[in-house]
Design a protein around this ligand. Structure first.
Ligand SMILES: NC(=O)c1ccc[n+]([C@@H]2O[C@H](COP(=O)([O-])OP(=O)(O)OC[C@H]3O[C@@H](n4cnc5c(N)ncnc54)[C@H](OP(=O)(O)O)[C@@H]3O)[C@@H](O)[C@H]2O)c1
Length: 245
């Protein structure tokens, strides 16, 4: 994928991974629009990174996704890259799941419905643009789940599958579909302080963007590289290890 001079929409781009990717697309001459729910976070990101465009939307709702797609195509007709990055991660016990179903479904809406729907809404437009791409942000937990994060891991496994299907369906349009398979990275995912064991954000972002620029369609890093490439037996051993069995 050519990283230079793109017009890029990044969901969840005001913090963490999304912001790190936004900065790198900007440095490569791109026009970057970041989306999130918190206006104060977006304003802070724009202040710290002059030229960054921001938009408030909740990608969990279909109406916001439709409005976001219409807005971005009207305001930025050169849009040629969608980065499906927004995500949440919640600890979930099956013992409590039924009682709390409506809020639990939010994780599915944000992590799975949103990238599916936004990709479908924007693919026809992207197909008309040079150098177009959709970048999906998934996780090594797609391949080796943590049992305490059952919805999260399932949404990431589903997004790995969606990526393969979308890549195949969009072949005739020339839109590349890229997957970045993350290891634990030091961000605020799940709440501040919960991912300090992760790899440093900047080193991770520099490494994966270099591999994306070199043309790799599925890029992982550190522990997620092991998970992504594991045999069935290796994945089962890793599952036991990370779930303390
Ligand atoms: N950090 C890791 O260890 C790790 C590992 C594997 C995969 N990932 C993936 O990386 C992606 C980014 O996560 P991160 O680590 O950078 O965590 P983060 O800093 O918490 O970023 C998540 C972003 O998503 C946005 N977001 C969440 N729900 C949204 C919604 N309904 N509508 C619009 N925006 C929404 C958040 O902004 P608002 O709250 O303001 O909306 C926030 O900017 C996620 O898909 C995550 O699953 C992270």
């Amino acid at each position: 994928m050519n990283l230079s001079n793109n017009t890029v929409l990044i969901t969840g781009g005001a913090s963490g991974i999304g912001l790190a990717l936004a900065v790198r697309f900007q440095q490569a001459g791109g026009t970057v629009i970041v989306v999130g729910r918190r206006a104060d976070k977006l304003a802070k990101a724009a202040q710290q990174h002059p030229g960054l465009h921001t938009h408030v939307a909740d990608v969990a709702t279909a109406a916001d996704r439709v409005a976001l797609a219409a807005w971005v195509m009207a305001e930025f007709p050169g849009l040629n890259v969608l980065v499906n990055n927004a995500g949440v991660q919640n600890r979930v016990s099956f013992a409590d799941l039924a009682a709390d179903w409506d809020s639990r479904r939010q994780e599915i809406a944000i992590n799975l419905e949103a990238p599916l729907h936004l990709s479908a809404l924007l693919a026809p437009h992207l197909g008309q643009q040079p150098g177009a791409a959709i970048v999906n942000v998934t996780s090594g937990l797609a391949f080796v789940p943590v049992a305490g994060l059952p919805i999260y891991c399932a949404t990431k496994a589903a997004m790995h599958s969606v990526t393969l299907s979308l890549r195949q369906q969009l072949l005739p349009t020339g839109v590349q579909v890229v997957e970045i398979v993350l290891p634990a990275v030091d961000t605020d995912l799940g709440g501040p302080g919960l991912h300090t064991h992760g790899v440093p954000l900047d080193a991770f972002a520099d490494a994966v963007m270099a591999r994306v620029a070199a043309g790799e369609l599925e890029v992982s890093y550190a522990s997620s590289e092991k998970g992504r490439l594991a045999s069935r037996a290796e994945a089962e051993a890793a599952f036991k290890q990370i779930n303390n069995r």
